[in-house]
Design a protein around this ligand. Structure first.
Ligand code: ZN
Length: 300
């Protein structure tokens, strides 16, 4: 377990496998996802203290999000990972090039579904000009980092040797990442203000299956498939409804060709619970379910 930046005996970069003089300080999840979020924007919550904990009682204070100082060389960190993080932040946190729409701007089918679910007043965020290849690369890199890192919060995450190598090769050679797909949910409830480390899932939508992970970043949930099969979530099958304490809505798949280079994210409802209440509930849940080896990073 690495708790802080330490001098490693053999500083070999886990991506390029080259010897490096000094490891980079590599964020597993970029700090940018925790600042200036949908909710904190315009407030003075620019500095976040974080705490990680899980049911087994392991946990620690995190001063600067989650980072690993014995994983990557400076070149890989700055040339490969940092640009992917920056792009994903522009799209998913900042809604760059986004148009904010009402249901009246949407298709007839979508209107009917929303009406049936009683959420006619939902807001839609349409992001245009999305580079889906970069987003797939981002999700692949995120899972690879979680796998490659030896941090205590990530030790349960194992994407397997095949995908470890495949993603590694694609990251080094600007590959296509065709086995990665994701949909995003924008969630505004305080319950979704925390980071939940990737949790392995078998997605099953009307019999169409794919293996993957759910990842929750502040106010964002991603269902990322890591599979040759398509991510079974798409516009046609995303359900509207209650999810935890907030309404959740869908976004489009990166791989499907519903609407090339456009990404639609539905903005969700107002927060329903106070932060402390949520935090205590999470703590209780993890204490009562120690077998759930799921690390949670709380931001505050
Ligand atoms: Zn490297």
């Amino acid at each position: 377990m690495t708790k802080k930046c330490e001098v490693n005996q053999r500083p070999i970069c886990k991506l390029c496998h080259k010897y490096c003089e000094k490891f980079a300080k590599s964020h597993i999840i970029s700090r940018g996802f925790f600042t200036n979020t949908l909710i904190s924007r315009g407030t003075n919550q620019s500095v976040w203290d974080m705490e990680s904990f899980c049911g087994s009682g392991e946990g620690r204070k995190l001063r600067n999000a989650l980072y690993d100082c014995s994983m990557l060389c400076q070149t890989c960190e700055h040339n490969i990972f940092a640009p992917l993080d920056q792009y994903a932040i522009r799209v998913y946190r900042d809604f760059n090039n986004a148009a904010f729409l009402d249901l009246s701007d949407m298709s007839r089918g979508l209107k009917a579904t929303a009406k049936a679910q009683g959420i006619e007043e939902a807001k839609f965020i349409l992001i245009q000009g999305v580079n889906r290849h970069l987003l797939r690369a981002f999700f692949a890199s995120l899972l690879w980092r979680c796998h490659a890192s030896s941090l205590i919060e990530l030790k349960a995450i194992n994407i397997g040797q095949t995908y470890e190598e495949r993603i590694r090769n694609d990251l080094l050679s600007n590959g296509a990442f065709e086995y990665v797909d994701a949909i995003a949910f924008s969630l505004t409830s305080l319950a979704h203000e925390c980071l939940i480390m990737p949790v392995k899932k078998r997605f099953d939508v009307d019999g169409r299956q794919a293996n993957g992970y759910t990842i929750q970043l502040p106010h964002l949930e991603f269902r990322v498939s890591l599979d040759q099969r398509n991510n079974p979530y798409d516009f046609g099958v995303v359900n509207f409804g209650e999810y935890g304490t907030s309404k959740w809505e869908g976004a489009m798949s990166l791989r499907k060709e519903y609407d090339t280079e456009k990404l639609l994210i539905f903005q969700t409802r107002e927060a329903l619970h106070q932060w402390r209440c949520i935090r205590n509930e999470f703590r209780k849940y993890f204490t009562n379910n120690p077998q759930r080896n799921k690390h949670l990073i709380m931001t505050k």
